[in-house]
Design a binder for this molecule. Structure first.
Ligand code: RIB
Ligand code: CA
Length: 325
C-alpha cells in the first residue's frame, strides 16, 4: 500500500477522502487545516470520521488555523456550522495529537521513503512544511491536491475555494518543484453527488455506508454537490481513474477579479478542432510561447486532471463502504 499523509479540512467531501484513504492506502496520519471550518471543528470532524469507520489507530495532527496573510474565510453555507452537518454522531473519544501537523509532515517525509502527500483543503500546512524543509519537494513521492480549476473556479468565477483561501500558500507549492498533481473543479464537476449516488450508498445498509449517505444528504443540499476531495485520493489509489495533461500552472495573487486563479496553459486545446478531438497525450500540449511572451520558457509543472472514469469511481466508493462494518 502507498504510504500517504492526508492534509484536510473536513468537510463532507474530505470525510470521503479520509474513508477512502484509510482503507486503500497506508494512511500514516491525518493533518488538519483551517478551511471549510475553523481548526478545532475540522480537527474534531477528522476524529469523528475515523471513529465512524473504526480507524482510531490513525493519528490526527492539528495544523495551521488559517492563512498567515489573510483572515480565514470558512464555508458554513456548504458544510454547515459544525463543518460536518447531517449525520447525528457522538463526540469523538480520542483527542488529537499534540505534535503540530507541519512537524509531523516534515519529520515523516524526511525520515520515511516514498511518502505521498495529499491535500484537500487550503495549502497552508503544505506551504509551511516546504518553507520549513524545502527538501521535502524532492523527498516526497509527490503531492496530489484537490484545488484550483483548469478553466474556472467555484468560489469566484476564476478561483476555487482551497486556492482562494490561501493563494500565497498555493503560490509557494506551485513554485516548489514538488511532483504536483492538481484535481481541479474542471475534473470534480464530473463527480456529482446525485440521488442515484446517495441511494446507492444508503442501500448498502452498513454503518459507514449509511453515515456517508447522510453526509451526502446534507452536502447535496448545500448546492456544491460534487465529491471533490475523494477524487484526489481516488487518483492515488488507482491512477487509471483519471487522465491528465502535463501543463504549466501558476497562481494569480494580485488580480482584483482573478486572485487565487490557477492560471493553466491550455493553449494545446486550440490544436483540436473540437473538444472531443482533444488528445491529452499530444506533444503539442506544450510548445514554448512565442519570443516576447512573458510566459516563454515556463515549462509544464503540474499534472492537471482532465477526465474522470466516473463509473469506476462510484464502484470504488461503494466497495469501500461495503468493506467497512
Ligand atoms: O472547492 C472545493 C474544496 O473546498 C473541497 O476541498 C471542499 O472540501 C472545500 O474545502
Ligand atoms: Ca476540503
Amino acid at each position: 500500500m502507498k504510504k500517504v499523509i492526508l492534509d484536510c479540512d473536513p468537510g463532507h467531501d474530505d470525510a470521503f477522502a479520509i474513508m477512502l484513504a484509510a482503507q486503500h492506502l497506508d494512511l500514516l496520519g491525518v493533518t488538519t487545516v483551517g478551511g471549510n471550518g475553523y481548526l478545532p471543528k475540522v480537527t474534531r470532524n477528522a476524529l469523528v470520521v475515523l471513529e465512524q469507520v473504526g480507524r482510531t489507530d490513525i493519528p490526527v495532527y492539528p495544523g495551521h488555523a488559517g492563512p498567515s496573510t489573510h483572515e480565514l474565510v470558512t464555508a458554513p453555507n456548504v458544510h454547515g456550522e459544525s463543518g460536518l452537518d447531517g449525520p447525528v454522531v457522538t463526540e469523538p473519544v480520542r483527542k488529537p495529537e499534540t505534535k503540530h501537523a507541519v512537524d509531523f509532515i516534515v519529520e515523516t517525509v524526511m525520515n520515511t521513503d516514498d511518502v505521498t502527500l495529499i491535500a484537500t483543503g487550503p495549502l497552508t500546512n503544505i506551504a509551511a512544511a516546504l518553507n520549513r524543509e524545502p527538501r521535502i519537494a524532492e523527498k516526497a513521492a509527490g503531492l496530489y491536491i484537490m484545488g484550483g480549476g483548469a478553466y474556472a473556479g467555484n468560489w469566484t468565477p476564476a478561483a476555487e475555494f482551497n486556492i482562494w483561501v490561501d493563494a500565497e500558500a498555493a503560490y509557494k507549492v506551485f513554485h516548489s518543484g514538488i511532483d504536483l498533481h492538481m484535481v481541479g473543479v474542471n475534473l470534480t464537476r464530473q463527480c456529482p453527488v446525485d440521488t442515484e449516488f446517495i441511494e446507492g450508498l444508503r442501500s448498502i445498509g452498513a454503518h459507514a455506508a449509511t453515515f456517508s449517505a447522510e453526509l451526502c444528504d446534507f452536502f447535496s443540499h448545500g448546492g456544491d454537490a460534487h465529491l471533490h476531495d475523494a477524487c484526489a485520493v481516488a487518483w492515488v489509489i488507482d491512477p487509471t481513474l483519471i487522465e491528465s495533461a502535463y501543463l504549466h500552472v501558476d497562481i494569480e495573487l494580485t488580480g482584483t477579479l482573478t486572485r487565487g486563479m490557477t492560471v493553466t496553459d491550455l493553449r494545446f486545446l486550440q490544436t483540436a478542432k473540437r473538444d472531443v478531438d482533444i488528445d491529452l497525450s499530444s506533444t503539442a500540449r506544450w510548445d514554448d510561447p512565442p519570443v516576447g511572451s512573458p510566459f516563454r520558457g515556463q515549462a509544464p509543472n503540474t499534472h492537471v486532471a482532465m477526465r474522470l472514469d466516473y463509473g469506476r469511481f462510484v464502484d470504488l466508493v461503494r466497495t469501500t463502504m461495503r468493506n467497512y462494518r
